[in-house]
Design a protein around this ligand. Structure first.
Ligand SMILES: CC(C)(COP(=O)(O)OP(=O)(O)OC[C@H]1O[C@@H](n2cnc3c(N)ncnc32)[C@H](O)[C@@H]1OP(=O)(O)O)[C@@H](O)C(=O)NCCC(=O)NCCS
Length: 158
């Protein structure tokens, strides 16, 4: 899976969503958010999201269904490396409603406001998802990327 490079100086405008609140999780609810990520997307993403959750203010946005009150998705930046966006995930039952797109675009615009000129989407799985709404370009030579580490048995090509 290649990394994708996203120029932040020509992003599309934000997506408004009816009935979905998108915002930064407050630190006193970090345990709830980390639990959501772990339960729905596994321990690796839970670990990765912790650095974004523990930043002040958090470098993470969550999507919450208003009324029902449940977390439906999340997106992090600066989690594993500065300038990287991800992980991003939407609960299976909430997919296809534009939540993932709204989360990613809001996070990209927050990265731009933070001073980045480009964002990197590391080891992008569904490349077509990102390319459907922003100018995401595969980075040549980006495999294996930053996620490969001898701790979990994967080796670097050098
Ligand atoms: C990828 C994911 C975040 C998409 O969330 P979503 O809320 O269902 O996506 P959206 O509804 O916002 O879709 C936005 C657009 O992307 C397209 N899209 C969604 N998933 C796609 C995929 N896997 N491949 C290609 N295009 C995709 C949609 O058709 C839509 O296009 P449209 O605007 O022309 O209708 C979600 O499927 C998910 O959590 N997957 C598992 C985790 C994952 O793979 N995360 C990304 C890697 S870090």
């Amino acid at each position: 899976m290649p990394d994708l490079l996203v120029p932040l100086y020509h992003l599309p405008g934000p997506v408004e969503m009816n009935g979905i609140w998108i915002g930064r999780p407050p630190s006193h609810l970090a345990h709830r958010v980390a639990g959501y990520v772990g339960d729905n997307f596994g321990e690796r993403w839970r670990s990765e999201s912790l650095s974004s959750l523990r930043a002040v203010p958090p470098k993470m946005l969550v999507a919450v269904e208003e009324g029902a009150g449940g977390i439906k998705g999340f997106c992090c930046w600066d989690a594993t490396a500065l300038g990287f966006l991800g992980p991003v995930g939407v609960s299976p039952e909430a997919r296809g409603r534009g939540i993932g797109k709204a989360l990613v675009l809001r996070c990209l615009s927050m990265m731009r406001d933070q001073g980045y000129g480009y964002a990197v989407i590391g080891a992008a799985g569904p490349v077509g998802f990102f390319q459907s709404f922003c100018d995401a370009r595969p980075i040549e030579g980006s495999e294996p990327g930053i996620y490969h580490c001898p701790i979990d048995g994967s080796s670097r090509p050098d």
